[in-house]
Design a protein around this ligand. Structure first.
Ligand code: FE2
Length: 413
């Protein structure tokens, strides 16, 4: 059977008929994310587990035994080890300890910037057709022999794509209308009498399933081992919240000390009749400041927030890099598709903003830094000192270091 391509026609149909509307199962799909085999995923898991053991901190992992969440110190004891040799080897070890377990790793792609593009190829197409998420997407790996999702039938504020890696995966879904009429479904593990009203999605490695954020769902299994990628696209942040965040940044900058005051001086609170007529001086001053805002100032603020938002590429966080820069460093972009974003200030000609991975830095007289960023975005390998020179070099190197910490660059030999 030939593989199904996720081409433009597919995405157009998906956006029109399925996104936030109804579930979908796609059999035998060609997608980069599905090309990552179980051996590769096992190696990533061990790499991430080793780091957790080193730091004595299992953040990113969750472990459930018989549906109960294990404490952090216990999670460290049950993470995959190199000696397990494979996902199934790990399962053999866990199976001998627990009859029902579930390991969730939320940050697996964080340890490996090289694999991130497999995911972004998928999400970028999705965003192009349904819009960029105002919140973010996150991907987790779920593995184990658990018979039911540890928290029962539930609904999340995200649409979910599932990509099985090992084993067959079954998801049982109900519409929100049905769940509303049958409140007993909430968190339920026993729901035999509601099965008739449900829709069952069944997927195996090579397939993809999708359900909208409104779908109540639970994963079911017969107790055999499975491993599945789950990509959640959060849809709980309306546009007005983004606008409010941008305005907040603007107010922070504009109101200064007055904006931070925690009491408001007044003459009278209200008249004898109860009527409120006096607006305290602090408000009059704020009104004057707001009235003085220029269109350029508003545009710059919103553009900067938008740039910061899209610099995360639609994810909660993106892989960080540990690398100390000097003027002698020879660097290039960590991924040719993850550019360093930038914008020119609309209010101060010489000022530029640069952004990567949710970090924004600004630089005045940034001509050297701008040339450097343009060369990097062009795919060039550069020696930093050839671009950053003179009085601004130190300030710009500092700005570049912040972008590097956020994951923008890698060293070039
Ligand atoms: Fe869920």
């Amino acid at each position: 059977m030939s593989q199904k391509q996720l081409d433009q026609k597919f995405w157009q149909n998906f956006a029109k008929n399925h996104w936030e509307k109804k579930p979908l199962v796609l059999k035998n799909v060609k997608s980069g994310l599905l090309e990552m085999g179980d051996a590769e995923i096992f190696n990533l898991l061990v790499l991430y587990s080793d780091r957790c053991r080193e730091l004595n901190d299992p953040t990113g992992f969750k472990f459930y035994i018989d549906g109960f969440k294990a404490e952090a110190e216990d999670v460290l004891q049950v993470l995959p080890e190199k000696e397990d040799t494979s996902l199934l080897g790990y399962h053999e070890r866990m199976k001998s300890l627990f009859s029902d377990y579930c390991l969730v790793c939320d940050e697996l792609l964080q340890v490996n910037g090289k694999k991130q593009h497999l995911l972004t190829e998928f999400t970028n197409e999705l965003y192009r057709h349904v819009g960029f998420p105002n919140r973010f997407s996150e991907i987790g790996l779920y593995l184990g022999n658990y018979r039911k999702t540890p928290f029962g039938v539930h609904v999340d504020s995200c649409g979910v794509f599932s990509f099985p890696v090992v084993g067959v995966k079954r998801f049982r879904l109900w519409t929100s209308a049905y769940a509303k009429k049958n409140p007993a479904l909430d968190r339920a593990f026993k729901y035999d009498k509601h099965k008739k009203a449900s829709q069952l999605l069944e997927v195996k490695p090579g397939d993809i399933s999708y359900w909208p954020s409104s779908a109540w769902h639970i994963a079911e299994s017969d107790g055999s081992f499975s491993a599945t990628w789950s990509l959640g696209v959060w849809v709980d942040q309306p546009h007005k919240e983004l606008v409010a965040q941008s305005l907040n940044d603007l107010l922070d900058a504009k109101l200064g000390i007055a904006g931070a005051r925690v009491t408001t001086p007044f003459k009278t609170l209200h008249e004898k009749s109860g009527e409120v007529t006096e607006l305290p001086e602090a408000y009059e001053q704020s009104i004057a400041l707001l009235k003085n805002l220029s269109t350029s100032e508003l545009q710059e603020t919103f553009l900067k927030s938008w740039m910061k938002h899209i610099s995360l590429q639609g994810f909660k966080n993106i892989p960080r890099v540990n690398m100390k820069l000097s003027l002698k460093s020879k660097v290039r972009l960590r991924s040719e598709k993850s550019l360093i974003l930038w914008q020119q200030s609309l209010t101060k000609k010489d000022k530029f903003f640069f952004s990567f991975g949710g970090v924004v830095v600004e630089s005045s007289k940034a001509q050297g830094l701008l040339k450097l960023v343009k060369a990097l975005n062009n795919g060039d390998t550069v020696v930093i000192g050839e671009f950053l020179k003179g009085a601004e070099a130190k300030q710009d190197l500092h700005a570049l270091q912040s972008l590097t910490d956020a994951g923008a660059l890698s060293t070039a030999k």
